[in-house]
Design a binder for this molecule. Structure first.
Ligand code: HAM
Length: 414
């Protein structure tokens, strides 16, 4: 027997229904905020991610699903932002008027060690806004994340927010950290010792207790931030306050991808255990230029759908059942039953039948198992009279009804 690849999931019928609900809600909220869907491919040149996420990030170093094809090296996308910026630049989307507000839904791939909430194929529902550096856009984006979470019926989440500052400020922060941490290298965890040389900012959000203590003692504050970046962040927080969106400023929040500048944020949920981020995002004002476009501001976020599902009240939605089950008795009825089934479906009424020639009792049992709302019984008697027997499965009530009235009767009861 074949088994699924570790870190992947079969999303089965009941669960798919809840996913569809989440997707439906998302599309409706996105449309209210004037976002349009974009669907880039799931496979890209691997170098796109090296360039955007950063050569020394964990994803690029350890987690890319790579596909070698003669001279080309492709990657299954580990995230959506790089692909969307690539699509924006390649399709000259900057040449049309207005802010570009995209949303996307789909699978992402990271070669991680699987555990609860951490998969190798997982799904994002995300957005990217390209074309503005204004702080009010950050407010819109965070308020959209908040609105979605409420619409997904998630409660108890926390929004953590920070600013990394512009590229110059980030460099300044790196310099400060190098200076402050050089003498404390021996007390850092083995991973942070490696990070010190190539990815020092990630030391700030290391979960190791001894690293955390060292970072706390540094009191990072906003020494590295320029006035413009401080003002930008102040405007973001003022906007969130005005919209009554709760957040906590977390100066150690840095995120694991190199493209971020200025505002970064994460949505956490305590019920998720160690993988506690439902979603995350931030500004990436230099990425469009980095990938060959004009200099322009951009910001976005993505939710991990599998993690969302673990905390959403929509996770066990009952599938509504409006099925009409047609049971035929005898050969003539079988032929007419097919026409009846077809007429019901053409009228938009969900309908099905038993093709296996079960007895009346067996077919009724099947209708019951399928949670049919109605059963229609068609036998020689009914054919003679041009009627069907209609049984309401909830009440057990049964009545004869003329074929010509059937569809309007079913519609009036649905
Ligand atoms: P990210 O933080 O890498 O950001 O991923 C966003 C969310 O995807 C995480 O908060 C988590 O819920 C989910 N996620 C990540 N990895 C896994 C995994 N292995 N298994 C299950 N869920 C996972 C990004 O990808 C950025 N592109 C977000 C963004 C959009 N920033 C700006 N625009």
């Amino acid at each position: 027997m074949f088994k699924r690849v570790p870190g992947t999931k079969d999303i089965l019928v009941q669960e798919v229904y809840s996913w569809q609900e989440i997707e439906k809600i998302s599309r409706s909220v996105f449309s209210i905020f004037n976002y349009c869907e974009i669907r880039p491919p799931v496979i890209e040149d691997a170098s796109l991610f090296n360039r955007s996420l950063g050569e020394f990030t964990e994803i690029v170093q350890k987690q890319m699903f790579l596909i070698r094809n003669q001279e080309d090296l492709y990657a299954l996308r580990p995230e959506g932002t790089a692909s969307i910026v690539r699509a924006y630049v390649e399709n000259n989307l900057d040449k049309t008027a207005g802010l570009k507000k995209f949303y996307y839904m789909g699978p992402m791939f990271r070669l991680e060690r699987p555990q609860k909430g951490r998969l190798r194929q997982f799904h994002h529902i995300g957005i990217e806004v390209i074309g503005s550096s204004q702080a009010e856009v950050d407010v819109e984006v965070i308020s959209l994340a908040d609105k979605l979470l409420k619409s997904y019926q998630v409660s108890g989440y926390e929004i953590k927010i920070n600013t990394l500052g512009c590229v110059k400020d980030k460099k300044e922060l790196v310099n400060l950290l190098q200076k402050d941490l050089r003498g404390k290298l021996d007390s850092l965890c083995p991973e942070c010792k490696v990070r010190f040389d190539h990815n020092i900012l990630r030391i700030l959000d290391c979960k190791n207790e001894s690293c955390k203590k060292i970072i706390e003692e540094l009191s990072i504050g906003d020494r590295h931030l320029c006035e413009d970046c401080k003002n930008h962040f102040k405007r973001v927080l003022t906007g969130l306050d005005a919209l009554k969106i709760k957040y906590e400023v977390l100066p150690t929040l840095v995120r694991g991808l190199d493209y971020y500048t200025q505002t970064v944020f994460e949505v956490k949920h305590k019920d998720l255990g160690s993988q506690d981020a439902i979603g995350a995002g931030g500004r990436y004002d230099n990425l469009v230029k980095e990938l060959g476009g004009e200099q322009t501001g951009a910001i976005g976020f993505a939710f991990g759908v599998e993690r969302l599902m673990l905390v959403s009240k929509l996770q066990n939605q009952k599938i509504p059942k409006n099925l009409v089950f047609v049971i035929t008795l005898g050969d003539e009825a079988k032929a007419q039953g097919l026409v009846l089934l077809n007429n019901l479906r053409n009228a938009g009424i969900p309908a099905d039948t038993d093709y296996e020639g079960k007895s009346l009792k067996g077919a009724m049992r099947l209708a019951n198992d399928l949670e049919a709302k109605y059963v229609l019984i068609l036998g020689d008697n009914e054919i003679k009279k041009n009627v069907v027997m209609l049984k309401d499965m909830a009440s057990g009530e049964q009545k004869e009804i003329g074929i010509s009235n059937l569809i309007s009767e079913l519609r009036s009861n649905s």
